[in-house]
Design a protein around this ligand. Structure first.
Ligand code: HEC
Length: 231
């Protein structure tokens, strides 16, 4: 009995090996041989964006009109003079400004802008190519190329808009810098314009009439609240 079982397994094994040989061996060395249920090896996968002559193919559906990629916030001001003026009027820095924001803005500014605009924003960056010879100083009092205002009069929205689209030799930076970081840079650029964005954001209230007494008070408080950026 025991012997019979052994014999049975031996026979079964030989048949298996024989079939494997039969199926596996072909003269073409690149051929996989005879495949039993080839779909199991190669699934008929639908590749993305391949035109299978099927307009309703789920692999190539167009995104619905006006859809917005996840995590992307559209910027609605067009790259025109009107868009620039409107951005200047309407856009306000959404960040709560404090010294930390300015410090971070300075780091970002140093990475993204200083090679052209210079560390102090006077247009004295390290890039010396002739086309970057006309980088204006943020503190300029003379009218800049667009609009009828000087660089020092640019509002936060103008600066933000310029980061988004660039201007002439300055390329757009919207894809390089995240929204929050753009606003940090804007706040830092304002310090280079000679403004104090911290005071501006804290002082939304109307300024009281100056009397001699209140002037003295101001001087006292100023000495404890000034936040000057030092190089
Ligand atoms: C490749 C050099 C380069 C880099 C980098 C660069 N700029 Fe400029 N930027 C310029 C030039 C050149 C101009 C003047 C363009 C003109 O008036 O034709 C300019 C103009 C500006 C203006 C004035 C725009 C106006 O309305 O007149 C602002 C604001 C400004 N840049 C901010 C920035 C900020 C912020 C960064 C960093 C995120 C930056 N720039 C990076 C070259 C550069």
């Amino acid at each position: 009995m025991k012997k019979n079982i052994f014999k049975f397994y031996f026979q079964l094994g030989s048949v298996g090996i024989l079939t494997a040989f039969l199926f596996a061996c072909t003269s073409d060395e690149n051929s996989p041989g005879l495949e039993y249920m080839p779909d199991m090896y190669r699934s008929p996968a639908i590749e993305v964006y391949v035109d299978y002559n099927n307009p309703n193919s789920p692999s190539a559906l167009q995104a619905p009109e006006n859809s917005i990629p996840r995590g992307y916030k559209p910027y609605t001001y067009p790259n025109t003079n009107e868009g620039y003026e409107l951005a200047g009027q309407e856009l306000k820095n959404p960040l709560k400004l404090d010294q930390k924001v300015l410090d971070e803005g300075k780091v970002l500014y140093t990475s993204f802008c200083a090679h052209c605009h210079g560390k102090k924003g006077k247009g004295e960056g390290s890039i010396t190519n002739a086309i970057y010879g006309a980088v204006p100083s943020y503190a300029d009092e003379t009218p800049n190329r667009r609009g009828n205002r000087s660089m020092s009069q640019l509002k936060e929205g103008h600066i933000y808009h310029t980061i988004m689209y660039g201007l002439n030799a300055m390329g757009p930076h919207s894809s390089l810098i995240r929204e929050q970081d753009r606003w940090k840079i804007v706040a830092y650029v304002q310090t280079l314009q000679g403004k104090d964005p911290l005071a501006a954001s804290a002082g939304q209230m109307e300024e009281p009439e100056m009397t001699e007494e209140s002037e003295e008070e101001m001087e006292e408080t100023e000495s404890t609240t000034t936040n000057e950026i030092t190089e």
